[in-house]
Design a protein around this ligand. Sequence first.
Ligand SMILES: [Mg+2]
Length: 236
Amino acid sequence: MGLSFSSFWSVWSILVSPSKFVASSPTAEYFNIITSNPSFNLVQPSPKLIILDLNGTLVFRRKTRKVTKRPFLDEFINYLFNDDNFFVMIWTTARPENTEIMVDLIFGDQKEKLIAIWNRKKFDLTNREYERNTKPIKNLDMIWNDLNSQIASGKLFKNNLKISFDLVFDLKNTILIDDSKYKTKLQPFNAIHPCEFNRERVRNGEDSELKRIIEYLEVVKYQSNVAAYMKDNPFS
Ligand SMILES: [Mg+2]
């Protein structure tokens, strides 16, 4: 006795319900905007949104919750905060309580300079996915929608100053720094991938990824379209 077509269809719809469908590759529009806007060198740097991952990128966090800072972390943070063109935020898949521990250790008093801190609660996860170690994708559309509407309504601040209404964050000015390629696959050319800062790297102590990212950002900050530039000149 087999399933009728209609019962097959209802089981199928539950399994593949549209609300749970998650895109896994860049949209045609993403490619179009990149190819139709080649990057050129600006005389002065333009505003850039820098989105930082925490674990594996800036620190290594053990299961015991002990957190080790990556070499050159303080230089890196100071570099980002000392440039008025950088708008820095955190986007981590860690839970709020662990995010707070890492952010306090990394930024200390300077954490007020971050324009936003997004943690695991900011992903569209079911309770079950939240509790398990589900690895969500970081879709930059979520960030752009949220920040741009905050800017438009005068609610987004940097160093206690309202961010100007004419600033719009998009693929041309956004750089996500994350050791995971999987998490950035919807907007792959907006990402810088340092190698994962892990137990082995902590042990051998030789790691200069953050220093290399500073050098790379010194070039990227002068680009009119960072995704177009990074597509042809990826960080490696
Ligand atoms: Mg990571």
